[in-house]
Write a protein that binds this ligand. Sequence first.
Ligand SMILES: Cc1ncc(COP(=O)(O)O)c(C=O)c1O
Length: 389
Amino acid sequence: MLGEYVYLDNGAITRMDERVLEAMKPYFFDVYAVATSEFGYSMGIEAREALDDSRKILAQSLGAGEEEFIFTSGSTESSNIAIKGVALALGDKKGKHIIVSKIEDFPVLYSAKSLEKQGFEVTYLDVDDEGFIDLEKLRDCIREDTILVSIQHANQEIGTLQDIATIAQICQEKKVVFHTDATHSFTRAPLDVNNIPVDLVTVSAHTIHGPHGVGGLYIRKGTPLRKWMDGGFQEFNFRAGLENIPGAVGFAKAVQLIDDNENQKLQEMRDRLLDRILNEVPQTTLNGSRLKRSPQNSNITFHFVEGESITLHLDMRGFAVSTGSACFSRSLEASHVITGIGGDHERAHGSVRFTFGRFNTMEDVDNVVDAVTDVVENLRRISPLGKTD
Ligand SMILES: Cc1ncc(COP(=O)(O)O)c(C=O)c1O
């Protein structure tokens, strides 16, 4: 499309890998039947086998059993199935109290808000200046009538990796269901359900060079979860609607293509960008934790400049980066994540997120740092936002 365009918004969506497309193709053109049981016709049986094989790969990547993973249309649906499903299963039996963090992404936040309108009570946990919840506060907030805790693994904007192992342990001790939105950590940071007693895990293919519009939900065996979607009886009867077989096959291929070397490379690019910008560009602030953050995420506030101006100028120079709220960045409101970590509106509006993916190189890092240094210097010269040195 744009020749030398450098895409650094992999936190919003990643470019699908050609090998993923190759794996999917037969399920569009050769094996396109609806998945059927062994009593159906052969094309349907083949489709079922492809779905089962893909499910196995996804389940294994989390250390789960095959019957504990369902495919969905993305993270939004997964989190909705999880949160509203637990509310339906336990709301009348155990209680109507739910706990989420203030910096969750919108599928979790708005699921919680929608339940509030139906009589549930939601505690929105504060986070510290790096984005971490206070584990003792979480423990104190859990009550007799608490049915669910939903705390993300990696944050969508600032990459902070919560200590979900301890959160899961607290929930297990207190006998409360624990859901985590792992959209931005899945396959990038370790998450094994054999070591971490989490009950529900939301994942998505679009952040790992898989097909867009495909996701999944890990459901630990025995988790109280009631289906709310009316229609068919697919995915162990947790959702309704024909299975997306090419999508499932593509998601599985995307998982198989990720390895530790790739994650190491992402982390090196992240660290180089952070080191260079924080050392070379004055009046900059790191958003999130330096040490406990997802390998692909960097987020920096350039004070006295608007993030939108930076992204526009970088776009003109051939770089795609984002500002404000991750995958829902059409909003001009101050990011609830940056204000959640104690930032004011100026810090929120000056924040820029650079997120790396498989197709980026160290050269891209150096080029974008040079470009942003120049852009910020120029914008500050004409900035109406105050002090520039
Ligand atoms: C943390 C988080 N959860 C959920 C979503 C929504 O994902 P999907 O488009 O797969 O529904 C996003 C968007 O990338 C996200 O950042």
